[in-house]
Design a protein around this ligand. Structure first.
Ligand SMILES: *Cc1c(COP(=O)(O)O)cnc(C)c1O
Length: 495
C-alpha cells in the first residue's frame, strides 16, 4: 500500500501472487458446467411448453427464505438457482413466443453477453473500460448508417426504449426551453414556460411515463386522432399544431405497438416544420425503426431522418439479450447538455475518448455495446435486412393461416399486417362485442395453457384482441404453422 494518490500507470506490474482466487480450478469447472446447463436449456426451449409451469407460491418456496446465515458453495448455489428458477421460466428465447414485442437472443449476442458479465467493465467512463466505450462508438455509427440517420447524430445505450425516450425527451426539453430563453438544467421547471407535447392517441405508455419523469407532466398531452390502422390522421395533427401554445414537442410512431402501423412520417414532419419551426420532433421506433434497415421495408419510414430524435431497442427486433435500448439525438449539444453533469456540459467532439455517462441517464452501467456489436456482426447488413423481412413474412403467414381457418375457428385478423404485428379477434355468432371480448379472452387463455405458443391479450379500439408479435430470429414457417394449429384448436374449444 502506498500513499501516493496518483493512479497506477496503465501497464504497471503489481507484484502479484502467483495465482488469485479467480484461478481456482473450481471456478473454471463451475463456468463450464453452467455453460452446459445453459446450452441444454436453450436446446430444449423449442419443445418445452412456452408458458411457465409453477405458481408464484411454488416459486417463492423454491427460492427459499429467510437468508441463510452460513455461506453456500458456488456450485451448489448455481444448482439451487437453476432448480428454483426453471419452473418459472417462459420460453421467451424460443421460436413460438409471440407475446408483447420480445425478441430472443442471437447466439453471438448471447455469448457476448456472458463475456460482458465476465469482463465486468464499468461502461460509465472511458478510463473505466476503454473497450466498452469504443465498442459503443462503433455500434452507434453502424446503427446510424443502418437507419439512414445523419452521421453526426449523438447516441446512447440505455436499458430499453423507456429510458431511450427519457434521454431523447430530456434533450428535447433542454432545446425547446433554451429557444424560449430558459435553462432547465440550471433553473429547473418552476419558472419555465409550459411545454406542449403532441402525441398519437395510440402512443406507447412509456412515452407519457418519460414525460412524467421529466417533470413535463403526462397529463398535458395533446392527442392526435388515429385511423383504422392506428396511424395519426394528418388533418387532426394540423388542428393540434394550430392550437398548441409555447414550446412544443411532437412525437411520431414508427410501429404501433398493436398493429405495427407506421405514422405518415414523410408528410407529418414537413407539416410540423412548416407550421412550428421551433418544435422538436421525436420518433418512437422501439421495433419499427428496424424497417429502415431493410430495402424492402424502408418505404414505411420514409422521411425518418428529418426528425430530431429517435428511440429504439436492440432487445426486440434485433434479438440482443436484455437489456438493450438506444437513444439517438441529432443535436449533440442538446443531448449532452441535458444528460451531463455540469462540469461536462461542454465537450469537444471528434477524435476523443467517449465517456458514456454524457449520453445516458446512468453513470456506472453495464457494457451494453458488446452484445449489440456481436448481433450486428453475426448478421451483417444483409442479415439484419433479411431478419426484418422474415419477421414480416412470418407475421403475414400467421395472419393468412388464421384467415383461412375462418370456417372452423371463427377468427378474424383486424389489422393490415405491414410489419411484425398481428391482431386477432374471436367473435361469436351473436355478433355482440361483449360476447366477442369474452370469447377472445377465453381463446387467449386457452392458447397460453396449451403451451405450444404464447400470445398476449390486448385492448384495441375498444375491443379485446389477441396480439401476436413475430420478433424472434429462430422462428420458422413450421413454427408459424404449429401456432396457427394451436390457435385454431383453442378457438374450437371456446364456442
Ligand atoms: C416496447 C416498446 C416501448 C418500450 O420499450 P422498453 O424497451 O420495454 O422500455 C416503447 N414503444 C414501443 C412502440 C414499444 O413497442
Amino acid at each position: 500500500m502506498s500513499n501516493d494518490p496518483r493512479p497506477n500507470p496503465p501497464h504497471a506490474q503489481t507484484p502479484a501472487e502467483p495465482s488469485s482466487a479467480h484461478a481456482d480450478p473450481a471456478t473454471a469447472d463451475l463456468l463450464r458446467q453452467t455453460a452446459e446447463t445453459a446450452a441444454s436449456w436453450l436446446a430444449g426451449v423449442g419443445e418445452r411448453p412456452v408458458r411457465e409451469s409453477a405458481t408464484r407460491a411454488q416459486l417463492l418456496a423454491g427460492f427459499g427464505a429467510p437468508l441463510a446465515d452460513q455461506p453456500t458453495a458456488a456450485d451448489e448455489v448455481v444448482a439451487q438457482l437453476v432448480a428454483a428458477a426453471e419452473p418459472g421460466l417462459i420460453g421467451m428465447p424460443g421460436p413460438r413466443y409471440f407475446g408483447f414485442v420480445i425478441g430472443g437472443s442471437l447466439p453471438a449476442a448471447l455469448a457476448a453477453d456472458w463475456l460482458t458479465a465476465t469482463w465486468d467493465q464499468n461502461a460509465g467512463i472511458y478510463a473505466a473500460g476503454p473497450a466498452a466505450s469504443v465498442v459503443e462508438e462503433v455500434v452507434g455509427a453502424w446503427l446510424l448508417d443502418l437507419f439512414g440517420l445523419p452521421e453526426d447524430t449523438g447516441f446512447g445505450f440505455t436499458t430499453g426504449c423507456q429510458m431511450a425516450h427519457f434521454t431523447c425527451l430530456a434533450a428535447a426539453r433542454h432545446e425547446v426551453l433554451r429557444r424560449a430563453g430558459h435553462n432547465v438544467e440550471e433553473d429547473g421547471l418552476a419558472d419555465a414556460p409550459r411545454i406542449t407535447v403532441i402525441v398519437s392517441a395510440e402512443v406507447h405508455a412509456t412515452l407519457p411515463t418519460a414525460l412524467q419523469y421529466l417533470g413535463i407532466g403526462r397529463g398535458r398531452l395533446v392527442k392526435v386522432e388515429t385511423d383504422r390502422q392506428g396511424r395519426i390522421e394528418l388533418q387532426s395533427l394540423a388542428e393540434c399544431l394550430e392550437k398548441a401554445e409555447g414550446p412544443l414537442i411532437v412525437a411520431l410512431q414508427a410501429g404501433n405497438v398493436n398493429t405495427g402501423a407506421f405514422d405518415p412520417i414523410a408528410d407529418a414532419i414537413p407539416m410540423i416544420r412548416r407550421r412550428r419551426p421551433n418544435a422538436w420532433i421525436h420518433v418512437d421506433g422501439a421495433f419499427g425503426l428496424w424497417a429502415a434497415a431493410s430495402p424492402r421495408l424502408r418505404h414505411l419510414v420514409a422521411g425518418l431522418g428529418l426528425a430530431d430524435s429517435w428511440a429504439t431497442d436492440g432487445h426486440k427486433a434485433l434479438n440482443v439479450p436484455y437489456d438493450s435500448g438506444i437513444a439517438f439525438v441529432r443535436n449533440r449539444d442538446a443531448h449532452t447538455a441535458a444528460l451531463s453533469p455540469q462540469a461536462a456540459a461542454y465537450i469537444a467532439y471528434g477524435d476523443v475518448e467517449r465517456d458514456e455517462f454524457r449520453w445516458v441517464p446512468e453513470y456506472s452501467r453495464r457494457a451494453r455495446g458488446f452484445a449489440a456489436w456481436a448481433a450486428l456482426r453475426q448478421l451483417g447488413r444483409n442479415g439484419v435486412a433479411e431478419m426484418m423481412d422474415r419477421q414480416v413474412a412470418l407475421a403475414q403467414r400467421l395472419a393468412a393461416g388464421v384467415r383461412a381457418a375462418w370456417g372452423v375457428a371463427r377468427a378474424q385478423v383486424l389489422n393490415d399486417v405491414v410489419f411484425n404485428q398481428v391482431l386477432l379477434r374471436f367473435p361469436t355468432a351473436s355478433g355482440s362485442d361483449a360476447d366477442g371480448d369474452e370469447r377472445t379472452r377465453a381463446v387467449v387463455r386457452a392458447v397460453q395453457a396449451d403451451g405450444t405458443a404464447w400470445m398476449s391479450g390486448s385492448q384495441w379500439h375498444g375491443l379485446t384482441v389477441m396480439r401476436a408479435s413475430v420478433s424472434n430470429w429462430s422462428t420458422t414457417e413450421a413454427d408459424i404453422d404449429r401456432t396457427v394449429e394451436a390457435i385454431v384448436r383453442a378457438a374450437r374449444s371456446v364456442a
